[in-house]
Design a protein around this ligand. Structure first.
Ligand code: ZN
Length: 302
């Protein structure tokens, strides 16, 4: 968890007490906000939260990996603690908004942000602003169908993009192939230690299984991207998340596969780039979202 403030610059960073329930997390956020403000008046606070959420009502329906977050009125509870208006946004939307305002998609009118890490999330920006649909949930690109027979994602959808191309999916596939006796340098490591990073290392050393796993994940990502280009004709697609460190292992097959699905003119018009803001994107995006919601312009964004 990190809290930014629009005037003093340096973020305040704390571990999220994610297993202690919403009250402990919200208390910690409020404490960070007061510390960041240094006794100055807080005009407004925006917070990026893993969804599903209802941004309009300020409610977190469920927050994966955090204990007890079911139908929590997070905006109202934080507002009581900090004494200012509070808006919540999806964490992928916050990261995407940062890339739109200050990162790899700066100035785009039609931007699709895709984050590929343990899961796959995203956010869509139309006319330079977030499009989140009737329920605040639009932009869930990770659950695009890829095939009838692919493995399920964490939500149980058979054959969706997240079930095929996320870091979790890549690790699951490699572990299964190793367990089935497929020759690979990954046979030499503890199965629990097989993750996207160790598979990328093996692939970069020429391991055929690791290369194939990334190739297939990249192709599925690219086919989905080709479809997004056809539906949305974005001017920029920004790909973020931890897996961008795999570089061409993932992105080269993705670019090739995208051309097989996308119409030529919108494909040529669309820049496909990697995110520029790294792990700070969520924080920068939340600051930008606070500015959008409550006014004021931080020094770094003028
Ligand atoms: Zn899914």
């Amino acid at each position: 968890m990190a809290i930014g403030d629009v005037t003093h610059g340096e973020p305040i960073v704390r571990d999220t007490p994610s297993k202690e329930g919403p009250t402990a997390v919200l208390d910690a956020v409020a404490e960070c906000a007061r510390e960041a403000a240094q006794s100055a008046h807080i005009r407004g606070l925006a917070i990026g939260i893993p969804g599903p959420i209802d941004p309009g009502a300020g409610i977190v329906h469920d927050a994966p990996n955090m204990t007890g977050w079911n139908e929590v009125p997070a905006a109202a509870l934080l507002s009581e603690r900090v004494g200012c208006p509070v808006v919540i946004c999806h964490d992928a939307a916050a990261a995407g908004y940062a890339e739109l305002k200050a990162g790899a998609g700066r100035g785009a009118q039609y931007l699709l942000f895709i984050t590929v890490s343990t899961g796959i999330g995203g956010a869509l920006f139309i006319g330079g602003d977030l499009y989140d649909g009737a329920t605040g949930s639009a932009g869930e690109v990770g659950h695009t169908p890829i095939s009838d027979h692919g493995p399920p994602c964490g939500q149980g959808h058979p054959g969706c993009l997240e079930g095929t191309s996320s870091g979790t999916a890549i690790a699951n596939r490699a572990r299964a192939e190793v367990a089935a006796g497929r020759p690979s340098s990954l046979q030499g490591i503890d199965p629990a230690a097989i993750d996207a990073r160790s598979i990328a290392t093996a692939a970069n050393a020429g391991d055929a299984l690791a290369l194939e796993v990334f190739h297939d994940a990249g192709r599925a990502l690219g086919r989905a991207i080709g479809g997004f280009i056809n539906v949305l004709a974005p001017d920029v697609i920004v790909i973020g998340g931890g897996l961008i460190h795999a570089g061409d292992l993932l992105l080269k097959p993705a670019r090739t596969a995208a051309t097989e699905i996308a119409f030529e003119i919108p494909y040529r018009r669309c820049k496909i780039v990697t995110a520029a803001l790294g792990t700070d994107a969520g924080l920068i995006g939340a600051v930008a979202w606070a500015v959008r919601s409550f006014g004021g312009v931080p020094a770094g964004m003028r």
